[in-house]
Write a protein that binds this ligand. Sequence first.
Ligand code: MRU
Length: 354
Amino acid sequence: MATTGSRSSTSSSSPHATEFIQINTIDDAHDAIKSMKIRGAPAIASLAALAFAADLSRALKASADFLASPESVRAYVTPILAHLYTARPTAVNLGAATRRLTAMLDASIAAGKTGEQICADLIAEAHKINDEDKNGGSGTELNLLTVCNTGSLATSGYGTALGLITYLHETGKLGTAYYTQTAPYHQGSRLTALELQTLDIPSVMICDTMVGSLFQHHNIHAVVVGADRVAKNGDTANKIGTYNAAVLAARHNIPFIVVAPISTVDLAVADGSGIPIEHRPPLEACLVRGAVYPPPDGEKSQQAVVMITPPGLKGIYNPSFDVTPAELITAIVTEKGVATRREGEKEFDLSAVV
Ligand code: MRU
C-alpha cells in the first residue's frame, strides 16, 4: 500500500489479475474495505489510516474552516473515524486504529494545541499505524530465549521453535535470539549455535545456569521451545533444562511458548506423568564433545572428547528430558492452531486442536 500526496492507493489481487485502485476520499476507502476490494485485518486498518491522513492533509493545504478551533476539529474528525469503523466489524485492527486516532485527538486537544497542530499530530499517527504494519506489527523487536536444538538439524525442515525465530528474523521482528548451551549434550552450543550463525540471526549463547540472570537483567519477551512429547493436558516433555526455564519465566512473567507439530501431541497420554523419560548413560554427563583448541597452525581442528570429571566418578543423574507442567505454558503453537488455557484453568485440552 502506498500514499502519494493527498491520495492513497491499494491493490486488489485475485489469482488472475492484480489491480491498483486509487482511493481519493474517505468514502472510497470505506467502500474498498466494505466491498473487500482490500482485505486482510492489518491491511484494512492501514488503508483507513492512510485515507484519513490524506483527507486531513488536503484540509490543511486548503486551510479548511474546521481548523479554526480544537473542538471544530473534533466535530469534523469524530464522524469520519466512526464511519470508517463501520466498514467491517470483526477484525481488531480497524477498531484499534480508529481508537488510537481518537486517543491522539483527545491528547492533542488536552495539550492545548491549535487546530493545525492537532491535524498534523493525527496525520503523523495515521502514518505510524501504516508504517508499523509495513514493518511488521508494533515495530517491537522481540528478544527470545530458546533451549536445545529445534532447527533444520532437529527436524525435516524449517524447524519448530527455531523456525519461529527464523521467521521473526526474516520479517524484521526479532531482536536477539538467546539460547542455552543445553548441557550435558550441548545441543545448544554445538547445533543451535551453528544454525543461528549460518542463518545470520543475531544471537547470544548463555550457560544453562544463566537463565535467571538473563531474565533479571535483560528484556526477554518470551521463551520459545520445541517439544519431544506433549500430553493431552499440555504437559510438555522437552530437553532437560526446559522446566527450569519455565519456572523462571513464570517468576518473571515472561510468556512461555511451546512450538510443536501436531505429531508431537500424544492424546493417549493424559498428562506428563505418563511420558517416559529417557536417562542417558552417566558417562555422557562427564564428557564434553568439541574440537581441539586452539586449532594447530593452518590445520583443521580435530574433534575431541574431553572428560571434565574425575575418572570413575559414581553417582551421576542424567535424565535427558524434563516435563514442564501445562500451568507454566502460555501457549502451544501447532500447524493446526494455537492452543491456550482457558482463563483460570491449569490445563490445556489438546483434543480440541488435534
Ligand atoms: O538431541 P535430542 O534428540 O535428545 O534432542 C531432542 C530434541 O531435539 C529437543 O528436545 C527438541 O527441543 C525437540 S523439538 C525439535
